[in-house]
Every structure is written in C-alpha cells, then in structure tokens.
Design a protein around this ligand. Sequence first.
Ligand SMILES: Nc1ncnc2c1ncn2[C@@H]1O[C@H](COP(=O)(O)OP(=O)(O)OP(=O)(O)O)[C@@H](O)[C@H]1O
Length: 338
Amino acid sequence: MSDVLLNIKNLKTSFRIKDTHYAAVDDVSLTVKKNEVLAIVGESGSGKSAFAFSIMGLHTRAKTEGEINYKGNNLVKASPNQMKKLRGNEMGMIFQDALSALNPLMVVGAQIDEAIFLHNPKSSKSLRKKQVINLLNQVGIPRPEKTYYQYPHELSGGMRQRIVIAMAISNQPELLIADEPTTALDVTIQSQILDLIKELKEKIHAGIILITHDLGVVAEMADRVAVMYAGQIVEIADVYTLMENPRHPYTRSLLNSIPTLTEVKSDLHVIQGVVPSLQNLPRTGCRFASRIPWIDESAHETSPELHEISPGHFVRCTCYKDFYFPEQAEEEHNYVAN
Ligand SMILES: Nc1ncnc2c1ncn2[C@@H]1O[C@H](COP(=O)(O)OP(=O)(O)OP(=O)(O)O)[C@@H](O)[C@H]1O
C-alpha cells in the first residue's frame, strides 16, 4: 500500500479582485506521506495559508483548480457536504488566529465536545466529557475541569491556542494542517505543543503540514520542507538537504537571515524588497528575479519549472546556478545603496 496520504497536482487558487482572477497559489504540486511532517515556509503573503485553506475546502470565494487527491478522491471536486465530513474528522486544522476560530458565546469545553460529537453522534455525553478533559490535559491546560466551563475571552492567548489545538486533534486526524500553531505561545508551551504534534504523527501515523516562519521549528519538526514564494514552490527537499545545501536564491536568503550563536555576522542578511502583492505578481519568468537584480536575465528560465537536482530535491528556475553567496549579497548591498 502506498504511504502517500495527499497527492496534490498543479493546484491553483485564485481570488477575484474587481473583474480579474489572481492566483495566490499557482501550479503547486507536492505529496504528503503518512507519518511525515512537511513544513511549508516562506514570507508573509507567499500563499501558505491560501494553500492550506484550499486543501481543507475552506475558501468561500476563491476558484480552485487542479487536483488534491486524498484516498482516491479529488477534493477539488468534492461537494461542501463531503468536505464537511472530512474536516474535523480525518482532516484537522490548527488555525493561526485562535480567537476567530472559537465561538465567543460558548464555553470552550462544549466547543471541543461539539467537535467530537459532530463526527461521533452516538458517543455518550459522559464519555465525551472524559475525552475533553483528557484533551485539555494533553495540550497542557493546568485545571481542565475549571477551564472546560470558561469562555474564550476568559483565557489568555496561549490558552486559547491550546483549545484550538485540542479541537483539531480531538478526532485523531490522519491529516493535520497546522498554520503557525505556536506563534502566540511562550517557548515552554511551544515545545509541549510541538511534542504533541510529533506524538500524533508517531501514534497514528498522521501526515502533517506545518506552516511556520520559524526555521528553528522546521529543523526540529520537519521531515521535508517546501519553500513557497509568490504562490509557487521554489524548492522542496528533505530537511537535512534543505538546511545544509539550499540552492534556490530565495531559500538561501531565508536561511542566511537567521542569527546564529556560533557565527559572528556584522550584519544579518536582509532580503531586499517584499513579496509582491497578488495583483502585482510577475506571471512570467522567475518570480524572484526582481529581488536579485544582479543576476543576468539570461540565467532565468522563461517558464521556470521544478528541476530535480538530486533525488527528492527540487528547485524552480535554473537561476540557482548563478547565485553565489555571500559574495553576491555584497553586490546586492551595493546595488541597493547606489
Ligand atoms: N480572500 C482573499 N481575497 C483576496 N486576496 C487574498 C485573500 N486571501 C489571501 N489573499 C492574498 O493572497 C496572497 C497570499 O496570502 P496568504 O494569506 O496565503 O499568505 P501567507 O503566506 O499565508 O501569509 P502569512 O504568513 O502572513 O499568513 C496575499 O497576496 C494575500 O493578500
């Protein structure tokens, strides 16, 4: 039996702005295996959440094309009802913004209870209560019996995030998408939550998509990493290869902007410019080209593709061959200064 849980092919998600559709996710193809953590990294606005929402069928006004193959079904074609059955059951999502993911008018215990009941309508109330308390314990809530009866506004941001996580894992999903799950949490709670996600992977062999800005979390958690820029995957590899031998200039710049304790750098590298807005995304050529203006145009492909440069290591656009670091970072610095 194949260990591929999710097989995404040429996924494109577009938002309509005025009369035009703009793709926030453009031609994304990747797989997620059982028992693996695939991290998705990239700057704000690169399309990570739009990608996650497409998998969960949560976009209400976007056009989604391509294939999201899950257990023999293409979820792009699934009905809202089919998606509703999968969501919260086989597929869980931890949202970035805990407050908006919770109902302000319901005590949190009842919200987790509802998530269990929705997919297990025959379960008894007393059993569900035990399950909720157990989940609250698992996510590190100190007095679960009391917290059960509290409203979201009575809890701190970190506590609310843990409630959202408890809801997402309440039915032991086979696929879990965690969109910046620990951003609002302090480091001790962060490591508890990450351990919990790891446990889910190990115990039920869940496939996990972990969206994060934190490359330290990536190094600790991920089996493979996909780097997203301007709606596209620009590099994908196993975590070791990606960290040790990044090839796309964007990945290299991202990694080079992390401070280290062992290396003294006078200046941290900053990637000049920002991810272009949806309406201003270049639709042809290498999308990163405008941020590395010292690389000659001829080094970029007209229609950049993902090239497998070693087994399992894919890089978009052949411009990586002309990118040398850090010498060119200096050139970049001079270029900007002039
Ligand atoms: N509902 C929407 N309508 C129009 N544009 C949208 C919508 N949702 C997202 N976008 C645009 O799509 C692009 C990708 O946004 P997305 O939220 O997926 O980025 P992200 O990488 O998840 O960023 P962050 O790390 O800040 O969450 C951005 O340009 C954003 O403005």
